[in-house]
Design a protein around this ligand. Structure first.
Ligand code: NAI
Length: 680
C-alpha cells in the first residue's frame, strides 16, 4: 500500500495499482450504520478523491458484522420536524450522488448485512460484488419502520433490475441472498470469500460494461406500463397493509409511477415524501417497536447458556412444534412422547417446515437427523442442557412427570415448562429444588410467533430466569419476563377482548362485522376468526382459568359451541363454518345487520384490552409499559402502527379513555369498570 488516509469512521488505502480501498468501520459501534458524521466524512473523502482520481474505488467494511446495516435509525427517529428530517436526507442523497458521479469505476464489496442505506450506497456504485455466503443479506427494510428508501434507492433500483423485482424488495422489506441478488441483477457477481478481493480488483482493472436490465425488465418502467403495474402493486400491498395505517409502501409506488422518467425530480420527491413519513405517527411508533425489539433481544445474554442438546417432553401441538423449531435452529433435539404416532406426526410436520425454510436437500437431511425420537426419554433426559415440558395442561400429570425426571436430568440443566395457565410455583412444589423451574411460554404457531414469555414463579432463581431468556435468543425468539399470575401477560390482556367479541356476537352482531371493526382498528385478524383459529376449547380453557382469578363471565355461546364439538377451524365449525371443499374458506353462519356503529363495536373490545393492560402494569405483571407494549404487539399482533396499548393510551390521553370506560360501565355493566391503575 502506498498511501493511507483515515478519519473517525473511514480508512482509505491506495495500493500500488492506484486502487483506493475505502474501509468503513463506524466508531464505537459493533455494526456499521450511516450517521450524519459518517456521511459527512465520506463526503469529504469523495471530494478529495475526485481531485486526485484513483484508478478505481472499492468500498468495503472493516467490521465482522457485515457491510452496512442501514442509516442510523436513532438519528432518523430523532428528527421531529420535516425540515430536520429533510436536511439529513439531503445529506445522504448528496453524498451518494457524488459517489455515483465520480469519474472512475466504483465497486461495493459486500459481505454480511447490506441493508437500507447500505444497499443504497451500493446502488450508487457502478458495480456490486457480494460474498456468496448465507450471512450475506441484501434488502431495503425501510417499510417495516413505516418509511421508504430515501438516499436515492427508490430512484436507482427500478431502472437497474426492473420494477417487479425492485418493488418486491422495497414493498416487502425482505432481504435476499447474494445468489438471489445476482439472479435479479442487483449484484454483478456472487463469489466465495476467498475470491472477493481479487474479483473487486479485477473489476477495477478491467471494468466490464455495467449491468443493464433485460429488455422486458426495462419495459416495466415505461411510462405507459407504469399505471397498470402500479395498480397491481397497490392491490398486493392493500391485501396486507391498508394505506391509512401504513402509507409508506403506497408512497413508493406513487413516486415511481409519477416520476420514474425524471430522476432529478424523483430524488427531490423521494426526500419530501420521506421527511413527511418519518415525522408521522406510524413511523414513530414502528421505529419505537424496532427499539423495543432490540431491548427484548438484549434481555437474553447468549453467553449464559450453551444449549447443545434440547429435550422436549410432549409432542403435541406445542411440544412438537417447539422441538421442530429448535432442530431448525441447529440444535440436537430429543422428543419424548409416550405415543409413537404423535412423534411420527411431528416428524412429518418437521419435514414440511425444513423443506420450506432450508430448501437444500443436504440441509433438510441434517435438520431431520438433529430431531431424535425418544419415547421414554432414555436418550435425552440425562444429556440435555435444556428440558422443556409440554404435556397436557394437567397439574397432576405434570407433577408426576417432574417427580420422575428431577433425579435423571443434569443438575445444571435449564428446566422449563410451557404451561399456559398453571402457576410456576404450584408446579415446582414437587421438586426438591423448586427454584430451578421457569416458564417458557411459547405461542401457537411456534414458527411464526416471535414472543416467548419467560414466566417467573415466586421461587424461580434470577439466574434461571436469565438463562431462560438467553435460551430464547439462541432459538431466535424474543423473551419478555412476566410474573406467574393467571394468564401471565398476553393471554390476560387478549382474553377480555376475545370474550367481549363473543358477547357482541351473542347479542346478534354478525361475526364478520365484529371482525371488520377490529381489522379497521389495525388488528391483523378479527377476534372471532382468531378464536376459531386458536381453537374454541383452548379459548374456553384459558377463559375458565382467568375467570377463577378475575371474575370473568364466560359467554354461554362459547361454552355451547365447545359442548357441541364445534371447536373452530380444526373441526370445520366454530363461529364461522369452514368449507372443506373450498380449501377451508370461512363462511359466515349468521347474516344480518347490526345497529351498532363500527366505533362502538371497536370501543367495547379495545377498551377491555386497554383496561387490562393498565391492571397488568399496576400489578407489575411485567416490568414496565414499554415491555408490556412489546409483549402485546409481538404476542397478539396488536396494531403495530399504534405502537402497543400503553403507547396508544398515552397518545389518546388517559383521562379521556378512562371517561370512555366509565360511560361503557353505565351502559353495559361492571365488566368495564376502570381499573384503579388509571389514576396512577
Ligand atoms: P397436546 O394435547 O396437543 O399435547 C400433549 C402431548 O403430551 C400429547 O402428545 C401427549 O401424548 C403427551 N403427553 C402427555 N403426558 C405425557 C407424559 N407423561 N410423557 C410424555 N408425553 C406425554 O397439548 P398442547 O396443546 O401441545 O399443550 C401442551 C402444553 O402447552 C400445555 O401445558 C398447554 O397449556 C401449553 N400451551 C398450549 C398452547 C396451545 O395453543 N395449544 C399455547 C401455549 C401453551
Amino acid at each position: 500500500m502506498t498511501h493511507t488516509q483515515t478519519s473517525d469512521h473511514w480508512r482509505m488505502e491506495r495500493d500500488n495499482d492506484d486502487i483506493a480501498w475505502l474501509y468503513f468501520s463506524r466508531k464505537d459501534s459493533s455494526v456499521n450504520t450511516l450517521s450524519t458524521e459518517a456521511l459527512t466524512e465520506l463526503d469529504d473523502l469523495l471530494t478529495d478523491l475526485a481531485k486526485n482520481k484513483p484508478k478505481g474505488l472499492i468500498i468495503l467494511s472493516a467490521k465482522e458484522s457485515g457491510f452496512i446495516a442501514g442509516a442510523d435509525v436513532k438519528e432518523i427517529s430523532s428528527k421531529k420536524t420535516i425540515e430536520d428530517a429533510a436536511e439529513f436526507i439531503r445529506l445522504g442523497q448528496a453524498v451518494f450522488d457524488r459517489l455515483e458521479n465520480i469519474d472512475c469505476p466504483t465497486v461495493a464489496l459486500i459481505s454480511g448485512f447490506c441493508l437500507g442505506g447500505g444497499l443504497e450506497l451500493a446502488l450508487a456504485c457502478r458495480y456490486r460484488i457480494a460474498e456468496d455466503d448465507p450471512k450475506t443479506k441484501l434488502g431495503l427494510p425501510e417499510v417495516k419502520l413505516g418509511i421508504h428508501p430515501a438516499f436515492g434507492g427508490t430512484v436507482r433500483l427500478p431502472p437497474l433490475i426492473g420494477a417487479p423485482a425492485a418493488m418486491d424488495l422495497m414493498l416487502s422489506g425482505r432481504a435476499i441472498s447474494a445468489r438471489a441478488a445476482q439472479k435479479t441483477g442487483l449484484v454483478d457477481y456472487a463469489v466465495p470469500k476467498r475470491h472477493l478481493l481479487e474479483a473487486a480488483r479485477r473489476t477495477i482493472l478491467k471494468p466490464p460494461a455495467p449491468h443493464k436490465p433485460k429488455r422486458w425488465q426495462a419495459m416495466t418502467n415505461h411510462r405507459l406500463v407504469r399505471p397498470w403495474l402500479a395498480k397491481v402493486f397497490r392491490k398486493k400491498v392493500a391485501a396486507k397493509a391498508p394505506e391509512k395505517h401504513y402509507p409508506a409502501p403506497y408512497a413508493i409506488i406513487d413516486l415511481w409511477q409519477k416520476y420514474a422518467d425524471t430522476p432529478g425530480r424523483m430524488l427531490r420527491e423521494e426526500r419530501a415524501s420521506e421527511a413527511q413519513l418519518v415525522t408521522d405517527e406510524t413511523a414513530q411508533n414502528l421505529i419505537r417497536l424496532f427499539f423495543l425489539q432490540e431491548r427484548m433481544k438484549s434481555l437474553g445474554n447468549k453467553d449464559l447458556i450453551d444449549p447443545k442438546h434440547i429435550h422436549v417432553i410432549g409432542g403435541g401441538v406445542m411440544g412438537g412444534d417447539i422441538a421442530v423449531w429448535c432442530a431448525l435452529c441447529g440444535f440436537t433435539v430429543t422428543l419424548q412422547d409416550h405415543k409413537h404416532e404423535t412423534i411420527a406426526n411431528v416428524m412429518q410436520r418437521a419435514h414440511k417446515l425444513f423443506k420450506k425454510k432450508l430448501k437444500l436437500p443436504r440441509l433438510i437431511t441434517a435438520a431431520t437427523d438433529r430431531l431424535i425420537p425418544d419415547i421414554t426419554g432414555s436418550i435425552g433426559l440425562s444429556q440435555a442442557d435444556v428440558i422443556i415440558e409440554a404435556i397436557f395442561e394437567d397439574i397432576n400429570a405434570k407433577h408426576a412427570l417432574f417427580k420422575e425426571i428431577e433425579s435423571k436430568i443434569k443438575p445444571d440443566a435449564l428446566l422449563a415448562t410451557n404451561t399456559s395457565s398453571i402457576p410456576i410455583e404450584d408446579l415446582a412444589k414437587v421438586l426438591s429444588k423448586p427454584e430451578r423451574l421457569v416458564g417458557l411460554h411459547f405461542f401457537n404457531p411456534v414458527a411464526l410467533m416471535q414472543l416467548v414469555e419467560i414466566v417467573c414463579g415466586t421461587d424461580t432463581d434470577q439466574a434461571v430466569i436469565d438463562k431462560a431468556s438467553a435460551f430464547a435468543r439462541h432459538i431466535d425468539r424474543l423473551p419478555v419476563p412476566v410474573k406467574s399470575t393467571p394468564g401471565f401477560l398476553v393471554n390476560r390482556i387478549l382474553m377480555p377482548y376475545l370474550i367481549e367479541a363473543v358477547v357482541l356476537e351473542s347479542e346478534g352482531v354478525p361475526a364478520s362485522v365484529i371482525d371488520k371493526a377490529a381489522l379497521d382498528y389495525g388488528m391483523p385478524m378479527g377476534p372471532i376468526e382468531l378464536a376459531d383459529t386458536v381453537g374454541l376449547d383452548i379459548c374456553l380453557h384459558v377463559a375458565e382459568n382467568l375467570s377463577q382469578a378475575y371474575h370473568v363471565d364466560i359467554p354461554e355461546r362459547l361454552k355451547n359451541l365447545v359442548k357441541a364439538g364445534n371447536l373452530g377451524k380444526k373441526t370445520g365449525n366454530g363461529f364461522y363454518h369452514y368449507n372443506k371443499k373450498k380449501g377451508g374458506k370461512k363462511q359466515q353462519k349468521k347474516s344480518g345487520d347490526s345497529n351498532m356503529t363500527n366505533d362502538e363495536i371497536c370501543d367495547r373490545m379495545i377498551m377491555k384490552m386497554l383496561n387490562e393492560s393498565i391492571a397488568c402494569l399496576r400489578e407489575q405483571v411485567v416490568e414496565d409499559a414499554d415491555l408490556l407494549d412489546a409483549g402485546i404487539v409481538y404476542g397478539t399482533g396488536f396494531a403495530p402502527f399504534r405502537g402497543g396499548p400503553m403507547n396508544y393510551i398515552e397518545k389518546e390521553k388517559k383521562a379521556e379513555l378512562k371517561d370512555k370506560l366509565s360511560k361503557l360501565t353505565e351502559k353495559y355493566g361492571d365488566r368495564f369498570t376502570p381499573d384503579a391503575g388509571w389514576s396512577n
